[in-house]
Structures are given as structure tokens and as C-alpha cells.
Write a protein that binds this ligand. Structure first.
Ligand SMILES: Cc1cc2nc3c(=O)[nH]c(=O)nc-3n(C[C@H](O)[C@H](O)[C@H](O)COP(=O)(O)OP(=O)(O)OC[C@H]3O[C@@H](n4cnc5c(N)ncnc54)[C@H](O)[C@@H]3O)c2cc1C
Ligand code: SF4
Length: 531
């Protein structure tokens, strides 16, 4: 692969779960790669986990998961509409949203790749689970995942690190699952149970959720990026891409981006890989209009931005007599159940959900988040609930619907004047039924575990999992990218992040995003002479 005088081999947009993995993989193979990231490196002092007042700090707008509330200079606003408008959560900076994530490592199931064949809905993926297995494994090694082998629902998963300590809430929950004879297992979690790859083990002192200053939790800034840079990749921070430019032949020739001072630059490349997440990617493609591509880049199918899947969520809390004292530790191994993951003809909905189980959180989040009354009953109710709560959350599959989408809002702009995205989202009947079932099974499990009181929450759209907005497929009319994440319309333009998902399963998307990104990098390298 060779590049023009002012160009590089591959230009990657976004440095999160997908961008970090693509860049590292290509750089270690010998490609000249530049990644443009609109934010900066994060410092330990950016995280509330370094202080004793973690929970109080988390109430401050600057530590919000929502860019609309946080309003850091690198953030862009996200509008929302529809019957269930989500308040989107994402992070913009080196490592992307993995700087804030929970690091739960669950893979899609084999059936998730064949939903059309099995259930008659959505489309099948043009790849199979088996195509991703070597890449799931490579990604788990790069990130450093702790877990217990032998899960009957995910028998292929084999973790590079031993399982984390098991908390009291998880032991109580496991008792409930065992009484019902339901599946349960410990999560694979990206918190280090042992020192690994130059990073220390988790010390279980605080909540690494919003960011771990010790780099014991796997976020892309501490896993892929140091290795990518050692392999010669260049990461330009404070570089916000306005549009992808094309030449007269309709090939991507590079991007136009703003630096921190608001000056415009051009970066050319032989191939461009968009990794700006399931919202940022369609926004950028739709904003990249030209004479050849008047409806946005790679959008001949009209599907860029359409078919957004978010997952549905529904929480149920149980109050227990036991003291569940693992409420502030982020490094304990939570448990989950995939008893209701697959379609059953005995239920009135297709596909299913995962039940996620954990202790409810510290005193402040219990007081503020569980409707504890203020006034004379406050202390009595708090004593009963804290630390006595187990939260069971159903995370449910959300099938694609073209009415759920990312649009460009011409009236809302980021600090460089680039039009912002608008998320339009409403629950489908299937998603609602699936979440109702999830809530009733969660109640049954909590009763079996010995809960003395049970509280239900309303269903909500999962505001941090964005999938399906530039989907993969084998038919160009019904897809935006092919099985190797190459766009159907522009031969040297690739899209890899949650956008390319065909269906979303009922697990967090990030392990699959990492696996797809490594596989996409291998495809680019394999076909480098054609680019
Ligand atoms: C609180 C929280 C907990 C989570 N927990 C889990 C979990 O346990 N398990 C799980 O699987 N997932 C979890 N997630 C989701 C996970 O973080 C995302 O799925 C993942 O980070 C997406 O990876 P990505 O590479 O697609 O995008 P991101 O990680 O969001 O990275 C995209 C990057 O692109 C940059 N960018 C965007 N537009 C531009 C532009 N125009 N120019 C330059 N740069 C740009 C952004 O600044 C950002 O850094 C969680 C998310 C949150 C918020
Ligand atoms: S992940 Fe572990 S080491 Fe990092 S802040 Fe959380 S508890 Fe501390």
C-alpha cells in the first residue's frame, strides 16, 4: 500500500472501541495510519473515582454521561424525538465511550446472526458467529477480560484472566436462580483480576465506572492506544471531522477537519474508516453531501441513519434482609441469566433478553434513585433499603424499524457549526412485550432469592447502545456496508462500529464492535493493493 505525497494509507475517524482496534491492527501490520479524534486524552483527575466523595461528584453536570448535560468543548449536542426520546449517553475523547463504560463482555449468540431465518424478522447477518470467534478472542486478549469459563449459554468463551471476587448480592441472586432452575453465570468483565499487559489489578476501592484512574479497567485509551502508537500510528486529538471528501471518480480522498482553534485542514488517505459510533457515523455520512452523493455519502440505499436499535431496558429492585455490602465496588463479578434469551413459541414476542444482576449502588444513588421519601420516614426507609437492594435489569433485543433513526438537525449545531444529530425513537410492541415479560421473570427470581419487598421501574430505551444505522448485508438495496464493512457505494470507504450491526441481540454491543473492527482491519490489509 502506498499513499500520495500528503496522504497516508488509512485514515480512521474516532478513537473509541472500533477506532482503537482498527488502528492498532493495521499499524502492527505495517500500514501508515492516522486517527482523527475530536476530543483529547483523559486524565485521572477527570474521573470522580479518585475521590472519597465519588457519589456526590457523580451528581455534578461535568460528570454526567449525557453530552447534552456535560457540554465539554469536545461534545456535540444530540437532539431526540419520537414516543420514547432517549437522553443519549456517550463520551468524546481518546478511548471514546469506553472511558465511561461498565466493561461487561458478553458475546452475541449464534442465533443473533440468523434472525430472519429463525424468526422471520429483520435480516440475517452476511457473516456467522464462527466468522467472529477468532476476533472476539483477540479482542478479549487485547482488552484483558476476567471471567469464569464454562458458561453453558456461552460455551466458547475462554477468558484470559481468572474471575473477579464474588459479592454478597451475587451469591443471594444465584440462590434465587438455582431455586428456579434457571441459567445464570458470572459476567466476563474488563476489570483486571491480576496485573496484566503492564496494567495493575483492580483494587476494589471505588467505582471505575466513569473512568478508572489506575487503568485497571479496560478502556481503549489504556488498552489499544499505547500499542497502536508504539506501532507507529498517529493519533491527532482535537481534530473534528466536518465531512469526508470524494474525488471525481466517487472515491473517498480524505476528510476536512477542524483543529482546536477552529482552523480547517484536509487529511488525505487511500482508505477512510468511519468509527464515530452508531450516532456520530450516520451524522457524518449524512453531512458529507456532494454532487455525486447529494443524499449523503454511501447512501444510495437511503438507509444511512435508518433502522436504529437501542436495546430496551427495565429494572426491578428487591429489598433483602441481608446486608449486601458490595454496593460501591465496581470490580466484583456481577451475574446474569440468559434463560430467556432465545425465541420461544410459548411467548407472544420474538427474540428475548438477558437479566443483569447487581447490588443497587451507594447511599446517595439509593436515596435519589429509588424513591426514598424525604421527611419523617426518610431514615426508616433508608435503613430498610440501604445496603439491602438487588437490582435485576432486563436488557432486551430491539428489532430494527426504519422509523427509528438518526437524522441531521439543521437548527442544532456543535461549536464548529456542524449540524448535530437527532435521534428519533419509539418502542415497538415486540420490545414492550419482551420487557414486560423480563420484569415479571425478574420479580419471580427476586422472590425466589428471598426479597421481602419488590419495586418495579418503567421500561426505558437503553441510551448508550447505538446500532444498525449503516447496516451490513449482502444485498446493496437493503444494506450500507458489505460483510467486510466496506461501503457498497464507495470502494475505499469503510464503516465499523455499532452502525453496521444487522440485529443487536440482548447484550452490550462493544465486544462485537471490537471483533468487527479487528476483522475489518484484516480485510483492508488483505485487499490493500486494490485501494
Ligand atoms: C455508562 C456506559 C456504560 C456502558 N457499559 C457497557 C458495557 O458494560 N458493555 C458494553 O458492551 N457496552 C457498554 N457501553 C457502550 C460502549 O461504551 C459503546 O458501545 C462503545 O464505546 C462504542 O464504541 P464505538 O467505537 O462505536 O464508539 P465510541 O466509543 O463512542 O467512540 C467514538 C469516537 O468517535 C469520536 N468522533 C465522533 N464524531 C467525530 C468526528 N466528527 N470527528 C472526530 N471524532 C469523532 C468521538 O469523539 C468518540 O471518541 C456503555 C456505555 C456507557 C455510556
Ligand atoms: S476499576 Fe478498580 S482500580 Fe479502577 S477505580 Fe474502579 S475499583 Fe478502583
Amino acid at each position: 500500500m502506498s499513499a500520495g505525497a500528503d496522504g497516508v494509507d488509512v485514515l480512521v475517524i474516532g478513537s473509541g472501541a472500533a477506532g482503537g482496534a482498527v488502528t492498532k491492527r493495521l499499524a502492527e501490520k505495517g500500514a501508515r495510519v492516522v486517527c482523527l479524534e475530536q476530543g483529547d486524552w483523559r486524565k485521572p483527575s477527570d474521573f470522580p473515582s479518585t475521590g472519597f466523595d465519588y457519589e456526590a461528584q457523580m451528581q455534578r453536570p461535568q460528570f454526567s454521561f449525557s453530552p447534552n448535560e456535560r457540554k465539554r468543548p469536545e461534545d456535540y449536542p444530540v437532539a431526540s424525538a419520537g414516543q420514547n426520546p432517549p437522553d443519549i449517553e456517550m463520551a468524546n475523547g481518546v478511548g471514546g465511550t469506553t472511558v465511561h463504560w461498565n466493561a461487561q463482555f458478553l458475546r452475541l449468540h449464534r442465533s443473533d446472526f440468523r434472525v430472519r431465518t429463525l424468526d422471520g424478522h429483520a435480516q440475517d447477518w452476511p457473516i456467522r458467529y464462527e466468522d467472529l470467534v477468532p476476533y472476539y478472542e483477540a479482542n478479549e486478549r487485547e482488552m484483558g477480560v476476567s471471567g469464569l469459563n464454562g458458561d453453558p449459554a456461552n460455551p466458547d468463551q475462554s477468558f484470559p484472566l481468572p474471575v473477579l471476587p464474588i459479592g454478597i448480592a451475587e451469591r443471594v441472586a444465584a440462590k434465587g436462580f438455582n431455586r428456579l432452575g434457571w441459567h445464570w453465570w458470572f459476567f466476563g468483565l474488563g476489570f483486571l483480576s491480576r496485573p496484566y499487559d503492564g496494567r495493575p489489578a483492580c483494587d476494589f476501592n471505588a467505582q471505575g465506572w466513569y473512568g478508572c484512574g489506575a487503568s485497571a479497567r479496560a478502556s481503549i485509551d489504556v488498552t489499544y492506544w499505547p500499542k497502536a502508537i508504539r506501532n507507529g500510528a498517529v493519533l491527532k486529538t482535537w481534530a473534528r471531522v466536518r465531512e469526508i471528501s470524494v474525488n471525481a471518480k466517487g472515491r473517498a480522498q480524505g476528510v476536512i477537519y477542524y483543529d482546536q482553534q477552529g482552523n480547517l485542514h484536509e487529511q488525505r488517505a487511500r482508505a477512510v474508516v468511519v468509527c464515530a459510533n452508531g450516532i456520530g457515523t450516520p451524522r457524518l455520512l449524512l453531512n458529507s453531501k456532494s454532487r455525486q452523493f447529494p443524499n449523503g455519502l454511501a447512501n444510495s440505499s437511503g438507509l444511512v441513519g435508518k433502522g436504529l436499535m437501542l436495546h430496551g431496558g427495565r429494572g426491578v429492585r428487591g429489598v433483602f434482609p441481608e446486608c449486601l455490602d458490595n454496593y460501591l465496588h465496581s470490580g466484583y463479578a456481577p451475574v446474569y441469566s440468559q434463560q430467556f434469551y432465545e425465541t420461544s413459541t410459548r411467548r407472544d414476542f420474538v427474540r428475548g433478553y438477558t437479566l443483569l444482576v447487581g447490588a443497587r449502588g451507594g447511599p446517595l444513588s439509593t436515596a435519589l434513585g429509588t424513591h426514598v421519601p424525604w421527611g419523617k420516614d426518610h431514615h426508616r426507609v433508608m435503613r430498610q433499603r440501604f445496603p439491602h437492594l438487588i437490582q435485576v435489569t432486563a436488557i432486551g433485543e430491539d428489532l430494527p424499524d426504519d422509523a427509528n433513526c438518526i437524522e441531521v438537525d439543521q437548527n442544532l449545531k456543535d461549536s464548529n457549526g456542524i449540524p448535530a444529530p437527532r435521534v428519533v425513537y419509539s418502542f415497538s410492541t415486540n420490545t414492550r412485550k419482551l420487557l414486560d415479560h423480563g420484569a415479571s421473570m425478574a420479580r419471580e427470581m427476586l422472590r425466589a432469592a428471598g426479597a421481602i419487598e419488590i419495586h418495579d421501574e418503567e421500561p426505558y430505551p437503553w441510551t448508550s447502545h447505538f446500532m444498525g444505522t449503516a447496516r451490513m448485508g449482502s444485498d446493496q438495496k437493503t444494506s450500507v456496508v458489505n460483510a467486510w464493512n466496506r461501503t457498497n457505494d464507495v470502494p475505499n470507504l469503510f464503516v465499523v462500529d455499532g452502525s453496521s450491526f444487522v440485529t443487536g441481540g440482548a447484550v452490550g454491543p462493544t465486544p462485537t464492535i471490537g471483533a468487527l473492527a479487528l476483522r475489518c482491519a484484516d480485510g483492508i490489509w488483505e485487499h490493500r493493493r486494490e485501494l
